[in-house]
Design a protein around this ligand. Sequence first.
Ligand SMILES: Nc1ncnc2c1ncn2[C@@H]1O[C@H](COP(=O)(O)OP(=O)(O)O)[C@@H](O)[C@H]1O
Ligand SMILES: [Mg+2]
Length: 227
Amino acid sequence: MAVFISICTQKGGTGKTTLTMHMATYFHAVEKKNVIVLDADFPQHSFFNERALEITKLRQDTELLADLQKQGRAPYDVRKVSMTDAPAMLDSLADQPDTLVFLDMPGTINIAGYDQVVKRLDYVILPMEADKLTFAAGMMTLDAFSKIGRTKGKPLKSYLLWNKYKSSERQAIYESIESMAAQRGDLTILETRIKDSVIWKNNRSTLFPHPEIKRLIYEINQKFALN
Ligand SMILES: Nc1ncnc2c1ncn2[C@@H]1O[C@H](COP(=O)(O)OP(=O)(O)O)[C@@H](O)[C@H]1O
Ligand SMILES: [Mg+2]
């Protein structure tokens, strides 16, 4: 069975695409999982476009090509899809064995097809920053998701992931957000904190994994039922 995962929240710039890319690439290249990414983030489709750019670069760089060949597998599938077509695409992928499907979605949920996609998701990861706006957006997203029915009664598991974490930030902010999140009862806080660092921007790739994401992947392997 395929597992459907989305890193999403109703706010732009929180790291949805960046984290999706690091995770998808690591799962594919290092963990040797079958990975498919559905880029439904209209109109940017930055995941799909970055893959296209990387393939163009690869054609001009024999060293990079050799690095990729060392992985011994073809790059994972990245499909550009509209939110209205995404539900049918998920249904067509549902029976694929041992497959992780990542959905990169827009930062607004008021679009046709969104509820139909949410119905089908297995895991949602809400990227969180230490500010009230991001927290409010995350909680609104979760509240909206809880009102959407489930396909075949399968539960949706929701996780909070600290992104752009700053150890210089007042720790009380993290603690207060975590305690509000814990009070909900429908949200698990991931222990891994993704630091605020340019490494995430500078090393994001649909082809080459970055080792810094390993800790998060390890935690996800422990907590998610991926196969
Ligand atoms: N942990 C991080 N540290 C520093 N910059 C980050 C981090 N995560 C994301 N970013 C940057 O934040 C910006 C928005 O990220 P992006 O993944 O495009 O967000 P979204 O998809 O939620 O709109 C990008 O410039 C990205 O490089
Ligand atoms: Mg994005």
